[in-house]
Design a binder for this molecule. Structure first.
Ligand code: KG4
Ligand code: ZN
Length: 345
């Protein structure tokens, strides 16, 4: 496909699968706007409360779309299609985005495009934002690490993807968030663990790492090992967490990233593919980004790390997936329903 060929297709992307309400406008694969409203309402609950998420989406979605159109300097009448997240995610949240997408597509008499959230995380690499953006070459391997998923996918083409490894229990983002919760760090803990880890020594504490066969992952044992270690230390010193917060964050972060990196190396050995991309919220982690780049340089891989704003949930990735589906004329009917759990991508 020629990436410089301008078809001038304007697509509105809508993302509402979890706790971020987002709308983006793309002209072909070029980003014009990407507006994200984070939901602060969950902070006091230590995790996302589905009912509150749906209500917050309902409040945010129209202003967010307005702002996306305004920033892109286009009117809704210029749009050629509406792409939205069909799943996986929280059903109530998905219903808000899908209902609005359907109504808009119907009202404007333009195609509706359903997008798989996990596919979109991977295709976020194809968003063109300036002359420095470079897209992965097919075939490539993508490590997708988010709050709900941990996958290694063999990507042969835009819509020809095969999951070759996945978690058998917790996701990598969940491991960050649960470790943070044990230390009393507010939800979502991943970004704060990353921040505190920068001032700590990753070799201070060692935790048991699971030996899972093949390309699958497991994080629940690591979480339990971390929990028991902290519990035992607190019995001896009530201030243990506060006194060791930075080293604890650095050490647990190193363990999680080591598990991820070991599987990526195995996937390269098994497939012979040396083009490696990373996607999803945890790909914002500074240690993972450094480790991937360092290992890539050493092992002669070509590594693709997304721009920070395209790692966590955003509508630009939904719109770019919508653009490639638009080219294939792959549209959705009005009676399509969302799905909460992953489909085979
Ligand atoms: O992809 P995402 O925005 O939402 C899902 O689809 O799940 O990922 C959210 C996850 C959360 O678990 C969050 O703690 C984690 O990504 N995360 C991070 C960082 N930024 C976000 N984990 C570690 N380090 C970060 N810098
Ligand atoms: Zn996501």
């Amino acid at each position: 496909m020629n990436f410089n060929l301008c078809m001038c297709i304007y697509i509105l992307g809508i993302e509402s699968s979890c706790d971020d309400t987002s709308a983006a406008i793309l002209k072909d694969n070029i980003i014009l706007s990407n507006i994200i409203a984070n939901q602060k309402v969950h902070e006091n609950f230590g995790g996302v409360v589905p009912e509150l998420a749906s209500r917050a989406h309902q409040q945010n979605i129209i202003p967010v779309i307005h702002q996306a159109l305004q920033t892109a300097k286009i009117s809704k009448n210029n749009l050629h299609a509406i792409a939205y997240t069909r799943g996986p995610g929280l059903l109530g949240s998905l219903l808000v985005g899908s209902s609005l997408a359907k109504a808009m597509a119907f009202g404007l008499n333009i195609p509706l495009i359903d997008v798989d959230h996990m596919q979109a995380h991977i295709l976020a690499h194809f968003i063109k934002y300036d002359d420095t953006s470079h897209v992965p070459e097919f075939p490539f391997l993508c490590l997708t690490v988010s709050g709900g998923h941990t996958l290694i996918t063999l990507v042969r083409d835009f819509f020809d993807m095969e999951v070759i490894g996945q978690t058998i229990d917790d996701a990598a983002g969940e491991a960050f968030d649960k470790a943070a919760k044990i230390m009393g760090i507010p939800y979502p803990g991943g970004p704060l663990v990353d921040k505190f880890a920068q001032q700590g020594n990753p070799d201070t504490f060692k935790f048991a790492l699971p030996k899972i066969k093949k390309l699958d992952f497991s994080f629940s044992g690591l979480k339990t090992s971390f929990l028991y270690f902290i519990r035992d230390q607190l019995k001896k010193n009530i201030d243990f967490i506060e006194q060791n917060k930075y080293d604890l964050c650095a050490s647990i972060q190193q363990s999680i990233i080591q598990l991820l990196m070991d599987k990526v190396k195995l996937a390269v050995t098994q497939t012979g593919i040396r083009h490696i991309a990373v996607a999803g919220g945890v790909s914002a982690n500074s240690f993972l980004r450094k480790e991937l780049q360092r290992t890539g340089d050493k092992m002669n891989w070509k590594v693709y790390i997304p721009k920070f704003e395209f790692c966590t949930d955003n509508a630009a990735m939904i719109a770019v997936t919508g653009y490639y589906k638009f080219i294939n004329q792959s549209f959705a009917p009005q009676d399509i329903v969302p799905y909460a759990r992953s489909l085979k991508i």
